[in-house]
Design a protein around this ligand. Structure first.
Ligand SMILES: CCCCCCCCC/C=C/C(=O)SCCNC(=O)CCNC(=O)[C@H](O)C(C)(C)COP(=O)(O)OP(=O)(O)OC[C@H]1O[C@@H](n2cnc3c(N)ncnc32)[C@H](O)[C@@H]1OP(=O)(O)O
Length: 303
């Protein structure tokens, strides 16, 4: 609780969880001098650590929240603060996101944040999910997901918000928006993000069936851009980053904004309604029951 309260204070400083202004949505977020002064080359919080190489202008964000890097409210809060700090540092031009855990990139949204919680908590949680998406999808940095493990649902969404995805070629890993398998529905902006990447028909089928793809299958449908052996993941991510960073920044950023703005605008214009929809949907008895059954299934599978 203390951590969460501390993080909230930091968030308030940076305007986190507030509606981004039009200039921050598609341009670099305005730097608060307080946070700018806090910028360090390397920073560590309990769930995320960031290594920033000043010489290349590339930061690597390691997600390290055992057991599965699930996106809890605390995780999302730390994630957004780290991202905002990097965004404000003009010397940081690229971000590689990866996991420090074996076998899992991110298990997606923390189901325990959606199960047995009050409507107020659910609303607060959902705003943090929205914020993560907005910050990543409209980042001015080049963002590369180095996917070194399974990446279902919200983990897949996080990957999809990046500019480029490289996944370890291990058939035991999977990626996809599998929400329907939990008895829940991917929100419209999850759907839009996937459709922008792989097209309408593949998204329609993937979402309806709650498909989880192996790395090879994901490559085939364009859900990831490259698959590589585990030991080549980071060097490949650095090479991809160098290629993207070689493009004049203003031209690349304006192109990114042009491609993504309609999706971002659609989400921001419906943001409050989306929170209400989420809260009323997730607190329904039938949905809570589906989540309970799914959690039990996860535990049984482990046993
Ligand atoms: C109208 C529309 C409105 C809107 C409608 C609502 C929209 C909601 C959108 C939802 C988006 C989501 O991301 S929903 C989340 C979807 N995520 C998933 O389905 C992933 C489920 N997890 C897995 O498949 C696996 O855990 C996997 C990630 C592959 C790792 O497998 P492993 O064998 O390594 O690990 P496991 O033994 O399974 O898990 C270790 C522990 O972590 C827990 N755990 C695993 N995933 C978890 C998770 N997401 N949240 C919490 N806890 C999780 C397990 O229960 C275990 O707990 P212990 O037994 O206690 O140790």
């Amino acid at each position: 609780m203390a951590l969460r309260a501390a993080l909230r204070t930091k968030c308030a400083l940076s305007g986190f969880l507030s509606q981004p202004s039009s200039s921050s949505r598609h341009g670099r977020v305005c730097a608060s001098t307080v946070l700018a002064a806090q910028q360090r080359s390397n920073s560590t919080s309990s769930k995320i650590s960031v290594d920033f190489d000043q010489s290349t202008g590339v930061a690597v964000m390691h997600m390290k929240s055992p057991p599965v890097n699930s996106l809890s409210l605390d995780f999302l809060t730390e994630f957004c603060i780290s991202l905002e700090k990097l965004e404000m540092d003009k010397s940081c031009r690229g971000l590689i996101i990866t996991s420090s855990l074996p076998k899992v990139f991110s298990a997606g949204l923390d189901i325990l944040e959606m199960y047995g919680k009050s409507p107020e908590s659910c609303g607060e949680f959902w705003k943090a999910v929205q914020e993560m998406w907005l910050k990543l999808y409209s980042s001015n940095m080049v963002t590369v997901a180095a996917i070194n493990g399974s990446s279902p649902a919200g983990g897949c969404l996080m990957s999809l918000t990046c500019d480029y995805r490289i996944m370890v070629d291990n058939p035991r890993y999977s990626i996809g928006l599998n929400e329907t398998q939990l008895g829940i529905v991917a929100p419209f902006w999850f759907k839009d993000t996937m459709a922008n990447t792989v097209g309408h028909r593949i998204t329609e089928m993937a979402l309806a069936l709650g498909m989880l793809y192996s790395p090879a299958e994901a490559l085939k449908i364009g859900l990831v851009d490259q698959i590589v052996p585990e030991e080549k993941l980071m060097s490949t991510a650095e090479q991809a980053m160098a290629k993207w960073l070689a493009i004049p920044a203003h031209a690349r950023q304006l192109t990114k904004s042009m491609m993504r703005k309609p999706t971002v605008d659609r989400m921001t214009s419906k943001r409050e309604a989306d929170v209400q929809n989420f809260v009323s949907f997730i607190t329904k008895d039938a949905i809570q029951n589906s989540l309970r059954v799914y959690l039990e299934m996860l535990k049984k599978r482990k046993a």
